[in-house]
Design a protein around this ligand. Structure first.
Ligand code: GLN
Length: 196
């Protein structure tokens, strides 16, 4: 099969690290900045950053509705941190004018880990991936409700859900792309292959 072409939403945030990781895994990452960049993708990554800014830029560029439609039609998509927020149906503690793509039936609360622990690193037992997956949390969102269509893939020791999947849509509260651990990206690429 030809190399999978993975769009990396590159309007704001940590797109460079995802691009590097995908390229190192043999995929063909391509930046998505405008509407016409949404053509002929085999998958899509939505990086971390600032979800309200990503939302505004998707709106301004006219990509919001086409992206909703593409993901609803089965485009494999992986969102990290702000990317997870963008994929959720319900976002708590956000701006009233912020939009999301509604691809994962979950409620997420932005910046929910408190000030002292704005940033931390841990290893997680993640279903389908590894028992010791590396995870970096930076002003991370907390998943507070998980719908029936959504599988919980990883939790923190206190039970907080931090990785979810629904069909070929994958989301993590944390940043795997900031670690040397590419196994979640490998798993995502396996979902892309399956759906081709
Ligand atoms: N706090 C950011 C938001 O609400 C997410 C942080 C991140 O992506 N690292 O969008």
């Amino acid at each position: 099969m030809p190399t999978p072409r993975i769009g990396v939403l590159s309007v704001q945030g940590g797109f460079a690290e995802h691009t590097d990781m995908l390229r190192n895994l043999g995929a063909d990452p391509t930046p998505v900045r405008r509407l016409d960049h949404l053509q002929r993708l085999d998958g899509l990554v939505i990086p971390g950053g600032e979800s309200t800014t990503i939302s505004r830029l998707l709106d301004l560029s006219g990509m919001l509705e086409p992206l909703r439609e593409l993901i609803a039609a089965g485009l494999p998509t992986f969102g990290t941190c702000a990317g997870l927020i963008m994929l959720a149906t319900d976002v708590l503690d956000t701006r009233p004018d912020a939009h999301s793509l509604g691809a994962l039936d979950i409620s997420v609360r932005r910046n929910a880990f408190g000030r002292q622990v704005n940033s931390f690193e841990t290893t997680l037992n993640m279903a389908h991936v590894a028992e010791d997956t590396e995870a970096v949390f930076i002003r991370a969102p907390r998943v507070e409700r998980v719908g029936e269509s959504v599988e919980e893939l990883a939790t923190l020791p206190d039970g907080t859900v931090v990785a979810v999947q629904s069909g070929v849509v994958l989301g993590t509260s944390f940043h795997p792309e900031l670690t040397g651990d590419d196994r979640i990206h490998r798993y995502f690429l396996s979902l892309v292959e399956q759906s081709r």
